[in-house]
Ligand binder design. Structure first.
Ligand code: ATP
Ligand code: MG
Length: 424
């Protein structure tokens, strides 16, 4: 016997039993961005490797060790996108969407990172992302945060997530701080692990979010980034805080929050949950005013975020918030006799014209009543429509409730739509 081929480790099938909850999450998120007037953009899944190296930064987890990179048949180095921001900026530059324009964009789709698979961390995962361009004030930063807060409310998880925010200041302020931080880290080099020591010289801010407890301890005395802020940075951040207060959104300022990617400045934020264990960040974002120019466009301010859909789905499952997920079948059609089998499906087509939102499944493969009702029950339908010889002869249909104790009724075909609507 030949060996079964299995899916790639860390890349999951989404089975029919799970798709309804995914659809619920996806449509909830889509509805919220639509309600703020955002437009969808769709980018390719594969891009030139150079795009991610130049935008995410050479010394980041993603570029150092997580990318799926390969040479195509022409010998060009391509990469399965590990995130959406770089592609979105590339697309925006390429099609002239960014310079001197205001854009509020969103996208949704698979991302790829070669990480160690575990709960909430996969090699193919899905993000819902938003990127906005052309606005440099904290008003849009606040809009993105309030919009994500609305998403949690719609999904019913608003009490399960908390917001952490920070400011990274301007590039210049961060460069000055970088020098001071390196100086400090050098004095404590013996305490640093290999990773931190390497990062100290290449990307010292990343040392701030180390998980190493010994290093965390010495960092208590490290110079603080916001001591290097000028008035503009201070005001941008305090204005953001003021706006969040006005929205009634609670947050914690976390000075250690620096984010893994190179391209952020000013605002960074994360929504974190305690209900998923170690993989607790469900949404992360920030301002990246330098990226558009870094990728060859004209300088354009930008701010965005991305959230992990697997983590949201896991949360809804963990919190048992999946009851209201819509069933796949509302109505199951049972037919007995040759005439019924031929004529009923055509009658159902007329019903579908009248009831486009009702999900009607028609029995296939015949069988006696008992067998068909068993299938009706398994389908999850709320009601069964029954067509036997009498119904066909009299132009009626019988309606049987599958989940409720209620009398079976027989109605004229012309009243069928109304009866079904009332029963669902
Ligand atoms: P983490 O610290 O968990 O590795 P990250 O900083 O690498 O996250 P981002 O690049 O900011 O993550 O991506 C935004 C969001 O995408 C994360 O907050 C998370 O919800 C989700 N995400 C990132 N990597 C994965 C993954 N490998 N599997 C599932 N979801 C992921
Ligand atoms: Mg990561």
């Amino acid at each position: 016997m030949s060996k079964n081929i299995q899916a790639i480790r860390g890349m999951n099938d989404c089975l029919p039993s799970q798709t309804p909850i995914w659809q619920k999450v996806e449509s909830a998120l889509r509805n919220v961005v639509n309600s703020y007037g955002y437009s969808e953009i769709r980018m390719p899944i594969v891009e030139a490797t150079e795009l991610f190296k130049r935008s995410i930064g050479e010394v980041t987890d993603i570029v150092e060790k997580e990318m799926y990179t390969f040479d195509d048949r022409n010998g060009d180095s391509l990469t399965l996108r590990p995130e959406g921001t770089a592609s979105c900026v590339r697309a925006g530059n390429e099609h002239g969407l960014l310079y001197n324009q205001i854009q509020r964009l969103w996208y949704m789709g698979p991302m790829f990172r070669h990480e160690r698979p575990q709960k909430g961390r996969y090699r193919q995962f899905h993000q819902f992302g938003v990127e906005t361009f052309g606005m440099n004030g904290p008003d849009i930063d606040a809009e993105l945060i309030v919009l994500t807060a609305r998403m949690w409310k719609v999904l019913g998880i608003e009490n399960q997530v908390r917001l952490e925010i920070n400011s990274l200041g301007s590039n210049e302020e961060r460069a000055n701080y970088r020098e001071a931080l390196i100086e400090f880290l050098k004095q404590h080099e013996t305490v640093l692990d290999d990773d931190c020591r390497r990062r100290m010289l290449t990307n010292p801010l990343r040392v701030l979010d180390t998980k190493n407890a010994d290093v965390q301890l010495i960092l208590k005395d490290a110079p603080r980034l916001n001591d290097y802020f000028g008035d503009e940075s201070k005001q941008h951040f305090s204005n953001l805080c003021e706006r969040l207060d006005a929205f009634g959104i609670q947050y914690q300022i976390n000075e250690r929050l620096v984010r893994g990617l190179d391209y952020y400045n000013y605002t960074v934020f994360e929504w974190i949950t305690d209900s998923l264990g170690a993989q607790g960040t469900v949404c992360a974002g920030g301002r990246y005013d330098g990226l558009v120019a870094q990728l060859g466009g004209k300088a354009t301010p930008a701010v965005g975020f991305a959230m992990g859909l697997e983590r949201l789905v896991l949360m809804l499952e963990t919190l048992s918030l999946t009851q209201d997920v819509r069933r796949t079948v509302d109505v199951y059609v049972v037919m007995l006799g040759e005439q019924a089998e031929i004529k009923a499906p055509a009658l159902i087509e007329q019903l579908r014209d009248e009831l486009p939102d009702v999900r009607i499944q028609v029995n296939c493969g015949g069988g006696n009543f008992k067998k068909q009702f068993k299938k009706a029950d398994k389908s999850g339908a709320e009601i069964a429509l029954v067509f036997a010889e009498d119904e066909i002869a009299n132009q009626t249909v019988s309606v049987k409730h599958l989940r409720k104790q209620q009398e079976q009724t027989t109605v004229n075909l012309s009243d069928a739509a109304q009866t079904i609507t009332a029963a669902l």
